[in-house]
Design a binder for this molecule. Sequence first.
Ligand SMILES: [Cu+2]
Length: 164
Amino acid sequence: MTLRLLPLVAAGLLAATVFATPALAHEAQLDDVRIAHPFATPTPPGAPNGGAYLDISVAGDSPAMLIGARSPASDSVEIHDMTMNDGVMQMRPLEKLEVTPDSPVRMRPGGGHHLMLMALSEPLAEGDTFPLTLEFAQRGEIEVDVWVQRADEGSEAADGHHDH
Ligand SMILES: [Cu+2]
């Protein structure tokens, strides 16, 4: 397994000095794939599942394919798509999620793609962090730190973070 993780400190310094982005920003790089600001929303006691969100962009010419994820925070992690069907929110698991250079993936609470933590080991509490491993076809795996934040905070931190 090849695991190349840009240390958080280095990423933070780079962001602060070069891009002047918020201190909350954090990201990781796997070859030409960048994972920005992974966060999850707090869950109420007893909630079986939780949602996690992140941005994925690819700098090279060839698309990246997310084919799986896992975390010690839950039994399994599924890639989900949430859509409105006749006024009803529906989530369906995807086997894979393609990210092209032209269309980065930007996961946010409230719709679209997200990662679903299935069967949480314990409720996600604001301020917690947990590791999440993402598996990409060809490019291999990368582990990121997911920060548990309220949806608005997480989204804002992620939104303030786009630097290109
Ligand atoms: Cu879901």
